[in-house]
Design a binder for this molecule. Structure first.
Ligand code: FES
Length: 87
């Protein structure tokens, strides 16, 4: 599990092994935009403010992944214990 801080919403959630970041945020009442939920469409792209994403999507380019500026919250996870997101 890892922690996601939704800075704009002022909420912090724990993301367990069996759920996505988007699911954990939704359960806490944070509005998330989703479409494919498979990491291909880009709808759920969210700005990363701090922390290191574990990119599992097929949408971002290699350069975008390396920059760690955005994450697809429907499928990607965290390499760092905490991720701070602009949501
Ligand atoms: Fe399509 Fe996340 S909902 S990439």
């Amino acid at each position: 599990a890892f922690t996601v801080e939704a800075r704009r919403s002022g909420k912090t959630v724990t993301v367990g092994a069996g759920q996505s970041i988007a699911e954990a945020l939704e359960a806490a009442g944070v509005a998330v935009a989703l479409s494919c939920e498979e990491g291909v469409c880009g709808t759920c792209m969210t700005r990363v403010l701090a922390g290191v994403p574990d990119h599992r999507d097929l949408y971002l380019s290699a350069a975008e992944r390396a920059s760690n500026e955005a994450i697809m919250i429907c499928c990607s996870r965290a390499c760092s214990p905490t991720l701070s997101l602009d949501i």
